[in-house]
Each structure stands twice: as structure tokens, then as C-alpha cells.
Design a binder for this molecule. Structure first.
Ligand code: C5P
Length: 287
């Protein structure tokens, strides 16, 4: 049993709280907080916009995929999940490589927006519509934003070759799991850190609905939004009620973003159910 209250809080992330266990181990405690567009929507004091069970889903899915990756020879920072503490994982300390490694199989999200604005091209032979299939996987690295900062697209450079190779191998692993579960992996993100020997290993979270877009195969259509089984449900809601535009407008004027709206209870429950459903269909385990 790990009592995080007894440990030194190293950092409060948007979703995970990180504690120091000893010199080379950290404890990642997964909260029920949800963030979107780099803004934490949950107020922990009042419980506003918390998604019940989300922390356990994230921790258990990450554990599942970290272990699967290790079995496939891909190194990760995962060490263990303490018995009976399903929102906690113990991990190796690494030097974080401050880049988000994103791989895309379909034209969606910020890549679709960048394409529409003429900022990004598509590989030849790709379907040039929303949710169109890309003719090959596309790697779009971004800088790792601290709380409240923008994600910025980085130009590709050679020193990221090692990370890109890991990204492709993880992509194969996640795609295989999605295939078995009748799902399409639209895109996903991984983070990497330097292990003691200087090699890059997978850190943070893996294969979760916070970091991937999962599409049920039967509801996939091009040219329109796909009903995604992941955090996109919340992003779409925030776009539809105009909150995303208000955030973008404030940021473009150098102002603080407006405080997040209260998510309706049907949405909170929909997100909770979707996260549990994704956990069960990808792992084959009961939540
Ligand atoms: O929003 P965008 O289209 O750039 O997201 C691409 C993929 O990366 C999505 O699967 C999204 O969930 C993930 N992502 C993330 N953390 C971020 C930005 C994107 O996990 N800060």
C-alpha cells in the first residue's frame, strides 16, 4: 500500500499528480480530472467536472499497454501497480524529452485545421476530406506544453529519429489491439524520457482515451465528424457551445482564457461510460 500523503509531491500535472518515492522511482497518481485544449476543466475542491472512475481507467489502461509494450521489446518506465490501488502506478524516473510524439492515420483534429489553413500538406494519395484516410502514417511532433500553454508544431529533425521509431512500433501495437476490438485508431500521442543508459523509453500514459482517438469501425464515415470513443466527446461539446472559440479569442489577445463551463451531467456520465467501455474492449478485462 502506497500512502501518497507521506511522499513529496514533485509535480501536479493536468491529470496526474507525481510523487517522489525514492531517487529513481516516481508514483503517478491518476485523478478524475479532465482537461481539454490544455485547460483543466475540473475543480478538485468542489468536484465540478470530475469524471468518476477516469483515474482508474487511465492507470489500468496504461499499465495494460506498458506491459504489452515491454512484452514486445519496447522499453517503458512502468514498474508496478500497487495491489488494490488502481489509480496508481510506480514508474522509473527519467529525464523527460519535451516533445509530444503524435502519429496520425486519418485527417482529423489539429492536423485537419492546419491542412485547411494551408499550414500542412498531406502525403500524396491521401483523402483530402475530414476523417479522410492518410496514404501513410504522418508524424506531427509538438512541444510539450506546461499547464495552460499552447502546443506548438515543431519542425522534424534528425535527432528525433529514435523516438519516431518507437512511435511506429507503438502504433503497430495499438492498431492491432484496436483491430481486435472493432475499432479504428485515428491518431495517438506518446511521450518519451531518457533512461539511465541514455536510451529513450515510453513514459506518462499509453493507449488511453485521453491520448488517442478511437473510432468504432461501424460509425466511420468521411467528410463528417466521427463519433469518437475518447476525450473528443468533451472537445466537440466545448466547440459546439462556443467555449473553444472564446479560449482561442482570449489567447490571441494575450488574455487569460475564460473559466471552464460546468459540463452537463449527461456528458459527464457519457464520458465515464465511454472510458470504461474502451478499457473493457481494448483489454478484454472487466472494469
Ligand atoms: O488535437 P490533435 O489533433 O493535435 O491531437 C492528436 C492526437 O494527440 C489525439 O489523439 C490527441 O488525443 C493527442 N494529444 C494528446 N495531448 C495533447 C495533444 C494531443 O494526447 N496535448
Amino acid at each position: 500500500m502506497i500512502d501518497v500523503q507521506q511522499l513529496r509531491l514533485y509535480k501536479t500535472g493536468k491529470v496526474r499528480d507525481i510523487y517522489e518515492m525514492d531517487n529513481d522511482k516516481l508514483v503517478l497518481s491518476h485523478s478524475d480530472r479532465i482537461s481539454a485544449f490544455d485547460i483543466v476543466l475540473t475543480d478538485e475542491k468542489t468536484g465540478k467536472n470530475a469524471i468518476p472512475d477516469k483515474g482508474s481507467v487511465l492507470a489500468r489502461l496504461s499499465r495494460y499497454f506498458f506491459e504489452k509494450a515491454e512484452n514486445a521489446g519496447i522499453k517503458t518506465h512502468f514498474l508496478e501497480m500497487p495491489k488494490g490501488q488502481e489509480n496508481i502506478i510506480v514508474v522509473k524516473t527519467t529525464d523527460v524529452f519535451p516533445v509530444e510524439f503524435i502519429m496520425r492515420h486519418y485527417l482529423y483534429g489539429s492536423y485537419y485545421n492546419a491542412f485547411r489553413n494551408g499550414q500542412m500538406e498531406l502525403p500524396p494519395g491521401s483523402e483530402r476530406v475530414l476523417a479522410g484516410k492518410l496514404s501513410e502514417p504522418v508524424f506531427t511532433p509538438t512541444t510539450k506544453a506546461e499547464k495552460g500553454e499552447h502546443d506548438v508544431l515543431l519542425p522534424y529533425f534528425r535527432s528525433m529519429e529514435e523516438g519516431k521509431e518507437i512511435l511506429y512500433r507503438i502504433g503497430d501495437m495499438l492498431t492491432e489491439s484496436c483491430d481486435k476490438a472493432g475499432m479504428i485508431l485515428c491518431d495517438f500521442k506518446i511521450e518519451l524520457g531518457y533512461d539511465k543508459d541514455g536510451s529513450l523509453i515510453v513514459i506518462d500514459e499509453l493507449g488511453t482515451p485521453d491520448a488517442c482517438r478511437f473510432w468504432p469501425r461501424e460509425s466511420y464515415r468521411t467528410g463528417q465528424r466521427v463519433p469518437s470513443k475518447d476525450k473528443q466527446i468533451v472537445r466537440d461539446y466545448l466547440v459546439d457551445i462556443g467555449y473553444k472559440k472564446a479560449v482561442d479569442d482570449a489567447k490571441s489577445k494575450g488574455l487569460q482564457p475564460p473559466s471552464p463551463p460546468e459540463l452537463p451531467s449527461w456528458l459527464v456520465e457519457k464520458v465515464r461510460e465511454t472510458y470504461i467501455e474502451i478499457f473493457e474492449s481494448l483489454t478484454g478485462e472487466r472494469f
